[in-house]
Design a protein around this ligand. Sequence first.
Ligand code: NAP
Length: 320
Amino acid sequence: MKPKVYITRKIPSSIVEKIENTCDVEMWQEENIPVPKEVIENKIQEIDGLFCLLTESIDENLLERANNLKVISNMAVGYNNIDIEAAKRKGITVTNTPGILTDTTADLTFALLMATARRLVESSDYLQKGEWDTWSPMQLTGQDIHGATLGIIGMGRIGEAVAKRALGFDMKVIYHNRSRKSDIEENLHITFVEMDELLKSSDFLCILTPYTKETHHLISKDELSIMKNTAVLINTARGGIVDEQALYQALVNKDIWAAGLDVFEEEPIPVTHPLLSLQNVVSLPHIGSASVKTRLKMCEVAAENLTRGLNNEKPKHVVI
Ligand code: NAP
């Protein structure tokens, strides 16, 4: 008998067909509506493999219901949506899709940095609304990117790829990470600094750590108060790393100059959220890895991780 698999969102049929070569597949048929929790609660009792997205919270209560589950394949590099300890206790393999989305996410991080620094969205709205009456010396002036200091928190795959891009803009790159990366320091001529120094010296601060207990609200009131009042904060990692209430206050009080956010504590962020009312915030709907090529590749890799795990081969990207 083939292993049973549930896919929590409609994915391209070519990839479903590949999974079907070795598995019995059932799939939530909607592309833009998340699967209700009750459906997963029901399905998880009988399946051997789960293909899920970061929109699904795979918590301990849900995992308690799993009788045969062997593999959870998350179509993302971050896996903070899965209770890893609970999965481990049940002997379930968890896989993710690292590496393939690194450059696409670094591109978006840099695009967001530039859009925020040079007020692209605000300027475009200004023109569209018919407010462009004349050219004037200080109209819609932003922050220079070239020559500025970029601080990166989390010098992993995406952090390094963002640093490479920054060097092309003649930026000075400093970083903080829980472990030193001497090879990257040497290759890219970037400098490790302690967190306080990073906050104090950065003109742009990019957050690129995973979201864990240790990184929850890593950037909060105290950290924001140390930053320059001309600084721009960019978060393309996970929303919970930044205390959004503290960020809102810092932006309103002009303690920092602007923020570019691709991720939020609650996703989708309610449109009534105070952060979205600020002109010095550029906000995006979690599109870091959203290029056609990369999303297809992520689907493929997640499918391969799943089928390998269910067919007694070691998946290529195992979290636990
Ligand atoms: P990665 O290669 O694992 O890099 C993460 C880095 O963060 C590592 O260097 C790690 O240090 C460091 N780190 C972990 N905890 C830390 C802490 N408490 N303080 C300081 N540094 C810490 O991961 P990646 O592939 O670059 O991805 C990073 C994150 O980006 C993912 O976890 C995901 O949440 C997010 N992401 C978002 C999008 C999007 O669509 N917006 C797309 C892709 C990824 P060590 O080297 O010591 O382990």
